[in-house]
Design a protein around this ligand. Structure first.
Ligand code: XMP
Length: 514
């Protein structure tokens, strides 16, 4: 299978480059620029892409790579910083600039022979997206300028013989109108990739490598009902059948019917050995009198591990622990920038107990982006509703019942949340929203019902759209949909007399309220 290595110089767009490459059915990996030449050339890649980055080549400690990689005979595409570095390392000149060029520009192709296949099928002029400070003043020996913009004379350069290319703009962003064509020119015509990294081939390869890894040993997996652990479970089960044992912990903080749905899909449809542990009482009692969100998270994480480990002991001798880790989680921890400050401490694996630490890990989704995980899930026959589900936090409703958590308050929230999600689905809005949730507030409000004054709970609804969950915009839901939801909730859910809609963006607000 072909493979492209993307060398990361810390650009905010590195992940996007990877996604654009994979969309063309070519497998790629992101490798931090400081990982060393061995890593950079790992896996015998068909081509390298050098990403952009926030640094200037004139900075002290500006990131670089060994110039040797340019003599490895592998096609290379340098983007933005990657192009400047290419120019510098191969004997060209880069000029420092105090001002950044940021935004749209019109790229005019030189139409000389040097561009080769990179620009095949492109118009003579096309819109591109620029975001750079420094620029290449003189292309290195052997290179020719293959395109310019008004502000940037060497907007693209090429050494067709050595198959080394540089683009000052960003072909990976949507603002570069023919970016897709340029990448596909590089991948297929320059690097000779075949584009055979399909869902079927991903599944086939995963199944094979899980079988090789696990042999005849037992594998245990904590199923949460979320997309990642569900897809991992079905994939592993396809590879090792009944050697896989899933454990589902009902912590009392789940949404309505969640446990039943998980049982239906995994036990009935896929016939995967599944142990469900009802630990809700234990969780409610540990959460009694606890108000602080971080404390709640810690308690839930700790209890989960204990309950999970207790259940796992009943399975007998287990050698492998399976997890639904996906590629963005991996990149976060290996990125050139180091683990990002935004990484969350909340994932429910607050450290395994001693007897489980010796387990070896199986993480079949480690190389996939979320949308790829979803595709795999659909191909494996998981119900669409489960695969396309909005994210749900590990601590569940505990961080949506603000203040102290109790079964009664979780029940109120469950009923309201179900109505909200049901109405959104019925109105055809569910797939247009990144995440929708209901929050039970720790205040009471005065209301009137019939002739009587009420003094009851306030419920907040939140719906957001986001691509990365780091920033988010509140969703402009139609008034009539909101009206229907509000009306149903106050009528059907006991103890709620007021519904509000959250219109805060992230930042400064977060998606969850706690
Ligand atoms: P925030 O609230 O930080 O949420 O804007 C961003 C995304 O993370 C989810 N989230 C969590 N997920 N455990 C999780 O597994 C948590 O403690 C947690 N807190 C927030 C949130 O639902 C959103 O998708």
């Amino acid at each position: 299978m072909d493979r492209i290595n993307i060398i990361d110089f810390g650009s905010q767009y590195t992940q996007l480059i990877a996604r654009k490459v994979r969309e063309q059915k070519v497998y790629c990996q992101i490798i931090p620029c400081n990982a060393g030449t061995g890593k950079i050339l790992e896996g015998n890649p068909s081509g390298l892409i050098l990403s952009g980055g926030p640094s200037s080549l004139f900075d002290k400690n500006a990131p670089t790579i060994d110039a040797e990689i340019f003599s490895a005979g592998i096609p290379i595409l340098g983007i933005c910083y990657g192009m400047q570095l290419t120019a510098l390392l191969l004997g060209g000149k880069v000029q420092r600039s105090r001002e950044r060029e940021y935004g749209h520009a019109i790229l005019k192709l030189a139409r000389n022979d040097s561009a080769g296949w990179l620009f095949s099928g492109m118009p003579d002029a096309t819109q591109v997206w620029m975001s750079h400070g420094d620029s290449v003043l003189k292309a290195p020996p052997g290179f020719e300028t293959i395109a310019s913009t008004d502000n940037c004379r060497i907007a693209a350069m090429a050494d067709k013989k050595r198959r080394i290319y540089g683009l000052q703009f960003h072909p990976e962003v949507a603002h570069t109108l023919n970016g897709h064509k340029m990448l596909s020119g590089f991948l297929f015509k320059v690097c000779g990739c075949k584009g055979d990294w399909t869902m079927d081939s991903i599944i086939e390869q995963s199944v094979q490598s899980i079988q090789e890894q696990a042999g005849k040993a037992k594998v245990v997996l904590g199923l949460s009902g979320g997309v990642d652990s569900s897809v991992a479970a079905v994939l592993i089960s396809r590879a090792v059948g009944n050697q896989l044992h899933c454990i589902f912990v009902d912590n009392g903080l789940l949404r309505m019917n969640e446990r039943q749905e998980v049982e239906k899909v995994f036990k009935k449809q896929f016939r995967i050995p599944l142990m469900t542990v009802d630990a809700s009482k234990r969780f409610y009692s540990k959460l009694k009198n606890v108000q602080d969100p971080e404390k709640k998270r810690k308690i839930i994480g700790k209890e989960f591990i204990e309950v999970f480990a207790g259940a796992a002991r009943k399975i007998g001798k287990v050698e492998f622990l399976a997890q639904g880790t996906i590629y963005p989680d991996v990149i976060e921890s290996v990125s050139f920038k180091g683990p990002s400050a935004t990484i969350k401490s909340h994932h429910n694996v607050g450290g395994l107990p001693k007897n489980m630490r010796s387990l070896k890990l199986i993480e079949p989704l480690r190389e996939l982006f979320k949308d790829e995980v979803r595709q795999v899930g659909l191909s494996l026959g998981l119900p669409r509703e489960m695969v396309m589900r909005h994210p749900f936090p590990g601590p569940g409703l505990a961080v949506r019942v603000l203040g102290e958590v109790s079964k009664e308050r979780c029940d109120i929230l469950r009923a309201a949340d179900r109505i909200f999600i049901e109405e959104i689905r019925n109105a055809g809005w569910y797939d247009r929203i990144s995440q929708a949730l209901a929050v039970l507030l720790p205040v009471r409000a005065v209301g009137v019902m019939g002739d009587e004054r009420t003094y009851q709970n306030v419920l907040a609804l939140r719906a957001v759209n986001t691509t990365d969950f780091m920033t988010a915009e509140w969703t402009r839901l139609p008034d009539d949909l909101l009206a229907r939801v509000s009306n149903r909730i106050v009528n059907e859910v006991k103890d709620i007399n007021r519904v509000v809609y959250d219109i805060s963006t992230k930042p400064p607000a977060t998606i969850e309220w706690e």
